[in-house]
Design a protein around this ligand. Sequence first.
Ligand code: NAD
Length: 358
Amino acid sequence: MRFEHETLAQRVCFTPGDAAATVRAEVERLGGTRVMVIASPAEADLAGKVTTDVPVVLRHDEVVMHVPVASAERARAAAATHEVDLLVSVGGGSTTGLAKAVALTTGIPIVAVPTTYAGSEATSVWGLTEGARKTTGVDPRVLPRSIVYDATLTLSLPVAMSVASGLNALAHCVDSLWAPRTDPVDQALAGEGIRALAAGLSAVVAGPAGLEGREQVLYGAYLSAVAFSSAGSGLHHKICHVLGGAYDLPHAQTHAVVLPYVLAFNAPAAPRAERRIADALGDTSAVGGLQRLRRAVDAPKALRDHGFDKADIDDAARAILEVVPANNPRPVTPDRLRRLLRAAWQGADPLTLDGEES
Ligand code: NAD
């Protein structure tokens, strides 16, 4: 066994019902005296509750999905004006993303309090958009110093969004099994992540007010993000990155829809990944297990339901082909990719992908 695995340094606190006390402790530990709280207006109440005992000098609520450069600039300017020395982000991936954009140019440390299962808090990946172009990069300055996970903060996340967001996390796990820098540690994390996410999502759908399922999904989301951060973006993330950036599709739903098609495409050429996913899902086949879970939780089904236009398939395929990872288990031809996108647009059975080439 020969591999290199980089472990990212951050504190991870699972603290059900105790976010406020834990945030205060983390802010003190990091020496924060002038705190900027970043939370969208929708999460303002949650953010208020978890930052009651923190020296807040600014509450910033201009949060936009995919972090437009102009909104990042305004947040950076506000941080400078108020001489902020610590950021507390309370929200989903969009909110964490804005905090990362501020940290990227200022080096101000972040305490992240996630309220979805996006997982951005556990990666050193930042993303910014300008026009229709999404740029991402990796920088250690954007990795939150501390994460405060409190499953009670996700109780208000509607079931449909919980499912989409949890499947976004599951996609991190699946893609980590064949992404460019995948290693045995990532693969172990991904397997346990899939198990926790599948169990947790089923429990959330069965009883949205229950805490145990939400905790399992948060735990799985954390593992998924650690695996993804180390393994890098595989085919699935490259596809979703192009679709999200160029066509402004909703992040979590796009991941949730595309995942079974990429899995059905790669699984025959990646037998070890296939086995690990099937085992984690308690099924005899990875695609079968994923589809069973997707039916049970009423997962998002088709890209056409989320704003993707059939007429854009050819252009999207061209853009994706330029960024397909060289190590993908199966060669990606223009025809196969168009077929995958057509099937995902329509919500067709992923197992029909391998018919006659058109
Ligand atoms: P989001 O942050 O935009 O949140 C989606 C919606 O859920 C919003 O309307 C928000 O107000 C609402 N919401 C959040 N928490 C809630 C709660 N507890 N209760 C009720 N409503 C709540 O979406 P997301 O899927 O969490 O994040 C997507 C963004 O994160 C994308 O821009 C994506 O690129 C980025 N992302 C980055 C990384 C990374 O490593 N850099 C990883 C994953 C996602």
